[in-house]
Design a protein around this ligand. Structure first.
Ligand SMILES: [Zn+2]
Length: 54
């Protein structure tokens, strides 16, 4: 399974790098809201994806 890193912007404005196939809930470092949930494959991202990192 090939994952990638996504830069996600939370609704609070914080930007954070999230692994696209994370197996853990990723919380925003600013407001502690969950930014991504694992789903067995590609994570469900709740914020806005602003960039994909290689
Ligand atoms: Zn936030």
């Amino acid at each position: 399974m090939v994952g990638k890193y996504l830069k996600v912007q939370c609704k609070c404005g914080n930007e954070q790098v999230v692994y696209s196939h994370t197996t853990q809930v990723v919380k925003c470092g600013g407001c502690k809201e969950p930014l991504a949930h694992p789903s067995g494959g590609t994570a469900v991202v709740h914020g806005k994806i602003v960039a994909e990192l290689k």
